[in-house]
Design a protein around this ligand. Structure first.
Ligand code: NI
Length: 181
């Protein structure tokens, strides 16, 4: 295991644009990918971008198989994506709650494209291209934003829909009780 420290909001590395990877299938790149996968797994994350462990390269990992942090979401294949590009395939957007390991404990409502095509390479230089919707599309947009130095709170338009995860859950539960009474 090589779990790295996750950089938190406020560190300038999270606001910098990451550089493209120029050489694939190297030991350095495979070490970076392993560090990202181990660190993501340790924190039960759905995704992690290289800048979040302090590396300014265009590498993200994501994937979701029955994740306790996202119990209600569909699974996403475990993916290593290098030098990604995203293209929206429709103008339709959708609000959804997001969290980020670099913004621990908080959740915010963010609008994202519902249907996208993403492309890039795996760590060996193999081409990846997928058309995806919903939560999968959301996770990819969130992770790729990190490579442009963008954190999800910068995408938020309604700061009233931003809060600590446990308080937000308590509020939802209280509302459900209210409805029953
Ligand atoms: Ni994030």
């Amino acid at each position: 295991m090589s779990v790295k420290k996750v950089v938190r909001m406020g560190d300038p590395v999270l606001l910098s644009a990451a550089e493209p990877v120029v050489k694939f299938n190297t030991r350095a790149l495979s070490r970076l990918v392993n560090n990202l996968l181990d660190t993501m797994a340790k924190h039960d994350g759905a995704g992690l971008a290289a800048p979040q462990i302090g590396v300014g390269l265009q590498v993200v990992v994501f994937g979701l198989a029955a994740n306790p942090r996202y119990p209600e979401e569909e699974s996403i294949p475990m993916t290593v994506l290098v030098n990604p590009r995203i293209e929206p395939l429709s103008d339709q957007v959708e609000d959804g709650w997001e969290g980020c390991l670099s913004v621990p404990g908080l959740r915010g409502l963010v609008s994202r494209y519902t249907y996208i095509r993403y492309s890039g390479f795996d760590q060996f230089g193999g081409k990846i291209e997928r058309e995806v919707r919903g939560f999968h599309a959301r996770v990819v947009q969130h992770e790729c934003d990190h490579l442009d130095g963008v954190l999800y709170p910068q995408r938020m338009t309604n700061m009233r829909a931003f809060g600590f995860e446990d308080e937000l859950e308590r509020a939802v539960e209280a509302e459900e009780v209210d409805k029953k009474e």
